[in-house]
Each structure stands twice: as structure tokens, then as C-alpha cells.
Write a protein that binds this ligand. Sequence first.
Ligand SMILES: NNC(=O)[C@@H](O)[C@H](O)[C@H](O)COP(=O)(O)O
Ligand SMILES: [Zn+2]
Length: 446
Amino acid sequence: MQVPLIQLQCGVNSYDWGKIGKSSAAAKFAAATASSDFSIQEEKPYAELWMGTHPSLPSKDLETQGTLLDIVQDNQALLSKDIADRYGNKLPFLFKVLSINKALSIQAHPNKKLAEQLHAKDPKNYPDDNHKPEMTIAVTPFDGLCGFRPLAEISHFLRNIPSLRKLVGGEEAENFESTVKGQETSDKEEDQIANKKALQSAFTKLMNAEKNTLASATEELLQAAKSEGASFAGSGGPSNDGQELADLVIRLNSQFPGDIGLFVQFFLNYVKLDIGEAMFLKADDIHAYLSGDIIECMASSDNVVRAGFTPKFKDVDTLTTMLTYSYAPISEQKMSPVDYPYATLDAKAYSSNSSVILYDPPIPEFAVVRTALNKSGAKATFDPIQGPSIVLCTKGKGTISVGPKKEMIEEGYVFFVGATAELVLESEIDGDDGEGFVTFKAFCEL
Ligand SMILES: NNC(=O)[C@@H](O)[C@H](O)[C@H](O)COP(=O)(O)O
Ligand SMILES: [Zn+2]
């Protein structure tokens, strides 16, 4: 049987929001093993490197040019029987690198039930019948809008940003404020139901703002952002950094002039992730990523319901009705990675402060391990798992071995590792600025 270690050639797409030319990590990684007819065009945006079996951009065996999908369908043992039985003969996850130059759409991904309905009704815009919970790990500093803010923050902005209040409507804003007042953080079910109903009503009103009203409200908002600086949006407010919010309004307006998204940010948490920090988004959680290079892993689906910050198909009614309207502080969006207990570091790895970190979201389809080996010869040996993995190198170089097969791996290289393989990663370089040879491994095991 073939040694379950296959080097992949992965495709990159060019959504508008991608970083341009060689500044895109997704483009650079794709170019590392692309065929000769691919070259990075200086003026072109490159958004997402896809690694996996999803048919919209299938990864290939670099050597044979066969698709990974065909390979695992012909050899179920590479997935493990349990996983093939549960998810069909394909990878349960889709692994990506995103290089974000400007805002992604204001979006949410439908849960399984809604995904099946949308796919049946409109397969062109909803290509999958699967949910798409996703996790994001920052490779460079990242910022984004994720999940509804704590309700007191939304009330604060409705009181202190006249243009926002105008779009939501005085009566609607009144209803929201009076409903949530005093029970913003109540854990009583009836309070939370009332809060979510009021939030959905106010947010839906905002998302359906009339065109002319939006145009004049945008003028007023920009005026305030430019003139009020640090006291913008009501000083002493939740973000207590009016200047940061004002800058964000100006930045987003330069990308999507007059877009409703400019006002959505006062309903959503503004999240910043440092390198190595991560967050998890359940199905139906609203978000809009704004900038940075990230590793993204998700259940295998390409279903996106969009409502702003995009030239693509928007489906506002579906978005405003599908959301969970759960609200929480940013801290609850972030994940707390832990040391991965099923890998052994050798002495060189230990002495060079190497690490193997696990990002494990509360869903069965995937988890991701980040390995940093910071000295030449440092080694990490992974216990065999009953499931498939995809390994990407984002920095430096080393070797990747499964049993007798040993391959070179360097920045941009991607490998598929089959079930039950004993994987060994070894660095070929010292870590100059702290980290030497960095890889991310997405995997699924039941
Ligand atoms: N949050 N990130 C994602 O869901 C990515 O995996 C999606 O592929 C992008 O959101 C798609 O972006 P567009 O809305 O199509 O411009
Ligand atoms: Zn998303």
C-alpha cells in the first residue's frame, strides 16, 4: 500500500478582498509548488489558498496530478473507515490560508438544516448542503467584526451616534433600549429571549435601511468620525477608544463607500488577534473579517450568506432571520490553545523552546496543531491518529517523514498525511527571530 504521505499542489482564488500580488501569502504559498503556467500577477488580488478535497478548488497530488478527492475515494483507509462512513469518502474539513487586504463580506454560514434548504432552493449561490463552522488563527495581526456586542454597548452607541439611531429608527431604538435595560447580562431564559428578539428587530431594521436615508446617514457618520476623534461615538463608551472606532469608519468607507456595513460595526464586536491567537465561529454567527493573514479551518462547505461589504450576491432576509442573535464580550469569541499532548519533542526541540499547540474547537470535523521547531535538528514525533491530516509549512524549512518516506518541506509546501501514519517533523534551520520551522496541521479523528 502507498505510504500515506502525499505532497499536494493547492489552488488559490482571487476574490476582490485578497492581498495584491506577492504581498499575498496565499499566492506565495500556491506559487511554491504551482505548475509552470502559474505566475503571480503584480496587480491581481489573491485571497484564499484551499487545501482539501472540496470540488470548487480541489487539491492535487503534486506528482501524479490526480485530485486528492479521487485518491481518498479510491483508498478509504487513508481517511479511516469510521471517518469515511461518517462523512463520505472525502475530508470532513477544508483548510485555507486567507490573505486579507480589505473587508470580507458581512456574513454568516447556515447551520446544517438551513444549508440543506438553501442548497436545494438555490444551488448556485449555496453550493453545499453542509454547515460551515470555522476557526481562525492569526499568522499576522488580524482584525475583524465577530459576533454581536454585549447589549449595553449597542445601547450606548444608539444613544451616542445620531446617524445610527436614525437608521434604526427612534421607536425601534427606544424599544431595544427599554427591553434590554437592566437585563443586558441576565441569565434568565425569558430575559435572554426578549433581548434577542429586540436585537433581531433593531438589527433587521438597520439592514433594511432605505437607500437615501443610508446615504445621508453615512455623510453624517463620516463627518462625526472625522471631527470628533477620541470622543467619537460617545466618550467613556464601551470601546473607550473613539479614535479607533473613528479610524475604522473612515478605513471601511474608503473600501466600501456608503455601505451599510459602516453601521453594522456598532452592533458587532471589533476583534483583534495577535499572531497565534484564535477564535471560533459557530454556524449562524455573524462576522466580517477585515485584515491580516490567517489560517482558517472549517467543516467542508462553501456556503456564505452575505449582507454587506461585498459586490457578490446579498441575501439580507436570509441573514437577518438565520442569526442566533447571541451576544457576548470579545473574550468569549477567542479560543484558548493548549499544549498538544500527543506529540513528543526531542531534546533539541525542548532546549530551543519549541512548541506544539492544539486549537480544538467544540465540533468533531477538525482541530489544528501549530508546531514551531526552533533549532536545526529539533524534532517532533506525532502519535498515529485514526484520521486524515493536512500539513502546511508557513515558515522556514525542514523534513516531513512517515515511516520510510522522508520529504523536504518548506514555506508554502502542503502534504496530505493518511490515517494511522506516524508523522515526524524535523527542522533544518535555527530560529533566528524566535521561531524557525513553523507548520500547521489540520486533522480529524473521531
Ligand atoms: N470567514 N471567512 C470565510 O467564511 C471564508 O472561508 C469565505 O470563503 C469568505 O468569507 C468568502 O468571502 P466572500 O464573502 O465570498 O467575499
Ligand atoms: Zn466566514
